[in-house]
Design a protein around this ligand. Structure first.
Ligand code: GDP
Length: 296
C-alpha cells in the first residue's frame, strides 16, 4: 500500500502526543523532529520538508497548548491542515472550454501510464455523460496506437488514428476537427513519451499545443519514481505550461514523496490519482482526503 511507511511513522509520533494531558514546546519540537525524518524517509523534497516543518511550528507557537483540553489533538490538526495545503488545499477541477470541445493534452515519459490514464480519463468523462474522443498521437512506441484502440473498444469510446506514418501534430489537428464534426465534447490527445526528456519531444508537444490550444495540459507521472517524478514535472512545466498532474501507480508501495512534493515544487496541482492497470474511471485527487488517509 502507498504511504504505508510514512503513515505508520506519523501515527506513531502522534500516538505519543495524543495521550498527553499537557504538551510543552519541547514535546512539539520532538514531534516535529520525528515528522521531519518521516517525511524525508518518504522521499519528500528536502526544501518542502523544511518549509512544512517551519509552518507547522509557527502555527503551534503562541497556542496555549497546556491550557487546551486536548493539546495533542490541536497539534495533529495543524499538521493535517498543513499537509492538505501542501498538496494543493482543495481539489482542482478539470477545466472546461467555453465552447466545446474541451481539449486535453496528455504528456509524460514512457511507461508513466499515459495511455492507460487517457482511457481512464475517457471512462470518467463517459460516466459523467460526456462524449469523449481519444486521439492516438503516440506514433513512436510500437503498439501504442493498438493499445489505445483496444482500450477504447473496451470502454466504448472512439479512438481517432491516422496510423504511424503521419506526424503527431497533423494527427492532433485532424483529431480535433473530427471531434468538432462528430460533436465530441472532450478530446484527449495521447502523445509520445520518451525515456528521458529531450528537445525533439518538447518541440513536438509545443507544436501540438500551438495547433490544438488545449484547455488542459496534464502531465502523467509515476508516483513510484518519487523525487524523479518531481524533477520530471519541473522540467515539463518549465517548457510547457502544465495545468495539472495525474499521479499514477498509487496502488503500488510508493513512499509518497511525489504526491507530497509535486504541488509545492511546481505550483501545478495534482488533479487525478490513478490506481491499478484495469480501466476504471480516473479518481479526482482530494488533498484533504489524502492527508487524512496518511495521518490515519
Ligand atoms: P505510457 O507509456 O505512459 O503510455 O504508459 P502505459 O499507459 O502503457 O502504462 C505503462 C504500464 O504501467 C502498463 O503496464 C500499465 O498497465 C501500467 N499502469 C499504468 N497506470 C497504472 C496504475 O495506476 N497502476 C498500476 N499498477 N499500473 C499502471
Amino acid at each position: 500500500m502507498a504511504f504505508e511507511g510514512l503513515s505508520s511513522r506519523l501515527q506513531n509520533v502522534f500516538g505519543k502526543l495524543r495521550g498527553k494531558g499537557k504538551v510543552s514546546e519541547d514535546d512539539v519540537n520532538e514531534a516535529m523532529r520525528e515528522v521531519r525524518l518521516a517525511l524525508l524517509e518518504a522521499d519528500v523534497n528536502f526544501k518542502v520538508v523544511k518549509d512544512f516543518i517551519a509552518k507547522v511550528k509557527e502555527r503551534c507557537v503562541g497556542l496555549e497548548l497546556t491550557k487546551s483540553f486536548t493539546p495533542g489533538m490541536v497539534v495533529i490538526d495543524i499538521v493535517n491542515k498543513e499537509l492538505t495545503e501542501l498538496m494543493g488545499g482543495t481539489h482542482t477541477k478539470l477545466a472546461k472550454a467555453n465552447k466545446p470541445p474541451t481539449v486535453i493534452l496528455m504528456a509524460g515519459l514512457q511507461g508513466a501510464g499515459k495511455t492507460t490514464s487517457s482511457a481512464k480519463l475517457a471512462k470518467m468523462l463517459q460516466k459523467d455523460k460526456h462524449k469523449p474522443l481519444l486521439v492516438a498521437g503516440d506514433i513512436y512506441r510500437p503498439a501504442a496506437i493498438k493499445q489505445l484502440q483496444v482500450l477504447g473498444e473496451q470502454i466504448g469510446v472512439p479512438v481517432f488514428t491516422l496510423g504511424d506514418q503521419t506526424s503527431p501534430v497533423e494527427i492532433a489537428r485532424a483529431g480535433l476537427q473530427q471531434a468538432k464534426d462528430n460533436g465530441n465534447d472532450y478530446v484527449i490527445i495521447d502523445t509520445a513519451g520518451r525515456l528521458h526528456i529531450d528537445e525533439a519531444l518538447m518541440d513536438e508537444l509545443r507544436q501540438i499545443h500551438e495547433i490544438t490550444k488545449p484547455d488542459e495540459v496534464l502531465l502523467v507521472v509515476d508516483a513510484m519514481t518519487g523525487q524523479e517524478a518531481v524533477n520530471v514535472a519541473q522540467s515539463f512545466h518549465s517548457q510547457l505550461e502544465l495545468t495539472g498532474v495525474i499521479l499514477t501507480k498509487l496502488d503500488g508501495d510508493t513512499r509518497g514523496g511525489a504526491a507530497l512534493s509535486v504541488k509545492a515544487v511546481t505550483g501545478c496541482p495534482i488533479k487525478f490519482a490513478a490506481t491499478g492497470e484495469k480501466i476504471e474511471p480516473l479518481e479526482p485527487f482530494h488533498p484533504e482526503r489524502m492527508a487524512s488517509r496518511i495521518l490515519g
